[in-house]
Design a protein around this ligand. Sequence first.
Ligand SMILES: CC(C)(COP(=O)(O)OP(=O)(O)OC[C@H]1O[C@@H](n2cnc3c(N)ncnc32)[C@H](O)[C@@H]1OP(=O)(O)O)[C@@H](O)C(=O)NCCC(=O)NCCS
Length: 164
Amino acid sequence: MFDDYLTWKPFFDIVPMKDSDCRPASELHGQRFARQWSEGEVLDLLGQDGVFGFCALQSNAFFSRPLGGFVLSREVAGEAEILTIAVGEKLARTGLGWRLMQAALREAAVRGAETMFLEVEENNAAAVGLYRRLGFSQVARRPAYYASADGTRSAALVMRRDLR
Ligand SMILES: CC(C)(COP(=O)(O)OP(=O)(O)OC[C@H]1O[C@@H](n2cnc3c(N)ncnc32)[C@H](O)[C@@H]1OP(=O)(O)O)[C@@H](O)C(=O)NCCC(=O)NCCS
């Protein structure tokens, strides 16, 4: 029993995102990105045609089901894109990003998408590493696309992957 306590770690289920997940998703977005998407913005996106999302919800929490991460994606006319993905900083490198992306890729294919696109900051080693490992490859580079608070600029990579 004491051993169980010492080795206790959170487990997560990947489930379709619902309206009630939008508030914690907005909070997590604010922790991981310079400009937070408000709960209303996330709700609005999730309600748009072709948009779907998945959440990582903790399955072994005591009183609630904390959100460990989420992904939002859109499928229109055979093309899908990742709108955003975020995983809690303390849960980095525990496989949640991978699982969320797999869920989004599968759902996009089920909806008829033949290709998935995404855009990522070139210096974002974690995201670029995740996408490359999932089989995405670079199709374009937009120099000086992102501006940071200190005025420095960085390039955006456009990446794609076949879903067929
Ligand atoms: C990008 C992000 C979603 C990755 O999520 P994660 O749950 O930590 O990633 P995973 O644990 O699933 O990692 C899967 C694979 O991605 C790659 N990867 C993940 N983090 C990495 C890092 N810091 N450096 C290099 N590769 C990394 C590895 O190949 C990893 O496999 P491995 O651990 O077996 O080597 C997460 O870092 C995040 O939320 N970042 C802030 C928000 C963000 O930048 N979103 C993307 C915007 S485009």
